[in-house]
Design a protein. Structure first.
Lengths: 319, 278
């Protein structure tokens, strides 16, 4: 047993301010320094932080998979909802914009065009929604265990990526059934999705910090994301709509990150889509330009989002 | 562990004060009395969100204005939970923290674990203290099996370590074939046992235990006390928060009495508990 008496004495010494040590008794901070103890809360340097995050990769993946498994465990159809949800969404949008509002005019294969847009957009949308809640919705976890907090928004994006993999299988079937042909360009789809995933991770990190400290963000986010949906050319073709508009306005809409990723995937898997654009002589961004934009957004979002998130690392979970 | 050893452990658990005299070798001899945790004039203030009044609820315009003005929710209250606490914990200490509800015990543990930033003062530690609380990472819809893996990863274990400890966790929890079922089907005692088994699977430098022993049957209580005793030998320092004073008396060699966020008394269990009970 250690000496309780001395411990009591130590604690009394500590009641006095740490800097101004009274004569005869060293201050607690000096005692800590002499024994090589460090402060419990300190933000790790960026390289150390990345290393910690890498060490927790198993947790990130297991957490993402576990959330996906538990998400549908209560419903009778179970995991099947991972396929049904995007399909039903696409059905609703087809009825709304394809049939009722008649957007089909300029586009030969509107079904495939629309469903590609819906699936690609909803990947970004769900990553952002999840990311914004990843810190504020897991306060008990943050207050109980030590791990780099970026693991949470990262896990939420990976969870969405796992769902996307299923959606993409569904999408491939729909696209082929509606009369598109398999081309070599399909091989580039994983790279496009990789860039989109990097972009999603960056934006999730950004919104995770915002959502952690601005609690009303979760109420506002659905409105922001719906507005973004309408400006991203999910159910209409931006080049077709902007054919008479000034060049800069068209560029602005096409440079918008979700539009970039949606158009990129459309160019890769729908051979009728570029043909439509060429036939009507709509000015539009070329495929290499789209790759450039996608790479730009991925890099900016990841670096910016990660840096911004890391800056507040030690303050998450405080309240 | 062999049965003979186990009985010996248990008898030591029952008479902790005899232990130092009869079993001096059981104490860590490498650095007797070297500090592991130093808490220096610590103040903790955290925010609590009250229920919104009818006028503020769900009004988008109000919400937007608050964001623009960078205000928090209007009912936000600051709670000054820990007010100037200082003490030094040393190798081989098992420190019980007692006090009424709301006296700042759990907050103090979280601050030592580095999970709550100090408002004023500081906490110095040797290595990373860990809170024995993996509960928040577990998901009740998942099977015990998946939860063991998830919980171990959440505590930062590697896949090799998880494979190595898996059987031991299942055995210690004593839930048997229930490990294949979702945790939502467990009785509260079984859930508590599995959680403790997962949480205590990792070797900790400084271990912080918050009310982990409140649940479970007598048998499991004994097993977990024995586990804490083992950890104390490996770890050096154990902090234990409990309302059950018997547990404190049997496990700890030092007790800190917190009252309204301040230390009212700090010393050996017999003295402090006598004062606390009177």
């Amino acid at each position: 047993m250690s000496q309780p008496e001395s411990a009591v004495a130590d604690s009394r010494a500590g009641d006095r301010a740490s800097g101004s040590s009274p004569s005869g008794k060293e201050s607690l901070s000096a005692l800590a320094e002499r024994h090589g103890l460090r402060r419990a809360i300190a933000r790790p340097s960026l390289p150390a932080y990345l290393r910690q995050l890498w060490d927790r990769r198993h947790f990130v993946f297991t957490y993402a998979t576990s959330r996906n498994v538990s998400k549908y465990s209560d419903s009778a159809l179970g995991q099947l909802w991972q396929v049904l949800t995007p399909l039903l969404n696409a059905g609703v949008y087809f009825l709304m914009f394809g049939v009722i509002m008649g957007q089909k005019a300029d586009i030969t294969n509107y079904t495939a065009f629309l469903i590609t847009g819906v699936f690609v957009y909803s990947y970004t949308q769900r990553s952002i929604t999840g990311g914004a809640k990843s810190i504020s919705g897991n306060l008990s976890l943050i207050r109980a265990l030590h791990f780099p907090r970026a693991a949470l928004p990262l896990a939420y994006t990976i969870q969405e990526f796992q769902q996307l993999a299923i959606s993409m299988g569904v999408l491939a079937v729909i696209v082929l059934v509606t009369g598109e042909s398999l081309t070599w360009l399909w091989l580039l789809v994983p790279f496009a999705l990789l860039l989109q995933t990097i972009f999603n991770v960056g934006v999730s990190l950004l919104l995770a910090r915002v959502g952690a400290f601005v609690r009303d963000m979760n109420q506002l986010l659905p409105f922001i994301l719906r507005t973004w949906l309408y400006t991203s050319g999910v159910f209409y073709s931006i080049p077709a709509r902007m054919k008479d508009a000034p060049e800069w306005a068209r560029f602005l809409l096409e440079f918008n990150p979700p539009s970039v990723f949606i158009d990129l995937i459309r160019h890769l898997i729908l051979s009728t889509y570029p043909q439509d654009l060429a036939k009507h002589h709509f000015p539009h961004s070329s495929l290499p330009q789209l790759w450039l934009y996608a790479g730009f957004w991925a890099a900016v979002a990841l670096i910016g989002g990660f840096w911004y998130f890391w800056r507040a690392e030690e303050r998450y979970g405080r309240g | 562990m062999a049965v003979a050893e186990l009985t010996k452990e248990l008898s030591q658990m029952a008479h902790p004060n005899d232990e130092a005299a009869s079993q001096p070798a059981a104490e860590p001899v490498d650095a007797p009395g070297a500090p592991t945790v130093i808490v220096d004039g610590l103040h903790i203030v955290y925010r609590v969100y009250g229920a919104a009044s009818a006028a503020e609820k769900g009004n988008a315009a109000n919400a937007l204005m608050r964001i623009i003005r960078r205000q928090g929710r209007p009912q936000m209250k600051e709670v000054h939970a820990v007010k100037g606490v200082s003490f030094v914990a040393r190798h081989g200490d098992a420190i019980g923290i007692i006090g009424r509800n709301g006296s700042g015990k759990s907050t103090l543990l979280r601050a030592i674990a580095g999970l709550l930033p100090p408002h004023k003062g500081s906490v110095y530690t040797d290595g990373q203290p860990s809170l024995l609380g993996v509960n928040a990472a577990l998901m009740k819809e998942l099977t015990g099996e998946r939860n063991i893996v998830l919980g171990c990863y959440a505590m930062g274990m590697t896949p090799a370590q998880v494979r190595e400890r898996y059987d031991e966790i299942v055995e210690f929890s004593g839930i048997g074939e229930f490990v294949q079922f979702p945790m939502s089907t467990y009785s509260s005692g079984m859930g508590a046992r599995l959680r403790f088994a997962i949480a205590s699977a990792k070797v900790h430098n400084v271990l912080l235990i918050d009310e982990a022993l409140a649940t479970g049957d007598r048998d499991f209580k004994r097993k977990s006390q024995e586990r804490i005793h083992q950890m104390r030998e490996q770890a050096g320092t154990v902090f234990l928060v409990a309302h059950n004073l018997d547990v404190i008396e049997e496990t700890c060699n030092r007790v800190i009495w917190l009252h309204k966020g301040q230390i009212k008394m700090d010393g050996d269990p017999a003295t402090v508990l006598a004062a606390y009970n009177s």
